[in-house]
Design a protein. Structure first.
Length: 309
């Protein structure tokens, strides 16, 4: 089989409703008119846990609203680019499919990802559609561009799509925008099917040699990104409040649920990783969360670090 190279071009222009192609895309999304962008806060303070933060509750209403808007924007940015990445993933998997059945499956998954992207696009600020935020999106792109199909099935469909079931359920349950909540529930249904198709195709026997090393490195990266806690939300609050002290960052990361949610998420991640035949490599992964103080310090260190060239 020829090696297929795919570029996950996250900075590609996305005109949405301004595109001459939009009527054709809208006809396939079951939402012919699209959903207008309304407001900028779709998850309340209590969903984040910020209502438990003295730093947040002491702030004036303008700063609170700015922080919640930034947190919302971060969630939507991540969801948008994950679905955008799904287009590149599906395209690659169609081209390397070993059978017509597999090619059909990934063409259908690609259609799901395109529909999800069309649903989410109206809620994403125009400036954000070419600006992916956070280390996870870069990590996901590297998996799609560099990994062979058997590795991607495990890392993307089994683990990431499985993670998405929990993630989109939480998002939909807490979302205050009815149309967006309905969209998230529909995405959740597709995530479950994509995850199931990955579990059915996963074969640990193919993850040997270089593939095994690639998987081990990726699993460590997955766990490390979860162990540090809610860094994106912490960064959003920190920016909205024009910089927090060390003590305030620690208090905020604790209010964001790091000490309860991060262990739960790590347990879920480990469960998803522990597919048949993967016990040994998963056993080498550290699933210990950072303390709240360490998570706050991690944010300070990464925010101060120079950008990578």
């Amino acid at each position: 089989m020829a090696k297929i190279s795919v570029l996950n071009n996250l900075s590609a222009e996305h005109a949405g409703r301004e595109s001459p192609l939009y009527p054709l895309i809208a006809a396939k999304t079951e939402r012919s008119a699209g959903v207008p962008f309304e407001g900028d806060i779709f998850w309340p303070a209590c969903w984040w846990g910020l209502d438990r933060s003295a730093v947040f509750t002491r702030a004036d209403n303008e700063m609170q609203q700015a922080a919640l808007a930034a947190c919302t924007r971060g969630l939507l940015n991540e969801a948008y680019f994950i679905e955008k990445s799904g287009l590149a993933y599906s395209a690659k998997m169609v081209l390397v499919a070993p059978s017509t059945d597999a090619a059909q499956l990934y063409a259908f998954i690609g259609a799901d990802e395109a529909r999800h992207l069309a649903w989410l696009e109206p809620f994403v600020a125009a400036d954000d559609k070419t600006r992916p935020q956070g280390a996870f999106l870069s990590f996901l792109s590297s998996l799609i561009e560099e990994c062979p199909p058997e590795v991607m099935i495990y890392l993307v469909q089994v683990i990431l799509e499985g993670w998405g079931i929990d993630h989109y359920r939480r998002l939909s349950d807490g979302c205050t925008h009815p149309a967006l909540a309905a969209i998230l529930r529909n995405i959740l249904k597709d995530e479950a099917l994509h995850h199931r198709s990955g579990v059915l195709q996963h074969e640990a026997v193919t993850l040997i040699g270089d593939n095994r090393h690639m998987v081990a490195d990726a699993l460590k990266s997955y766990a490390d990104m979860v162990r540090v806690g809610p860094q994106n939300a912490l960064a959003a609050v920190d920016a909205a409040f024009c910089g927090l002290t060390v003590e305030e960052r620690t208090e905020v990361v604790r209010a964001l649920g790091h000490e309860t949610e991060t262990p739960r998420k790590l347990a879920l991640l480990k469960e998803l990783m522990l597919q048949p035949g993967m016990e040994e490599v998963v056993g080498e992964i550290d699933f210990t969360p950072l303390t709240s103080a360490q998570a706050a310090a991690f944010h300070r260190e990464t925010a101060a670090a120079p950008p990578q060239s």
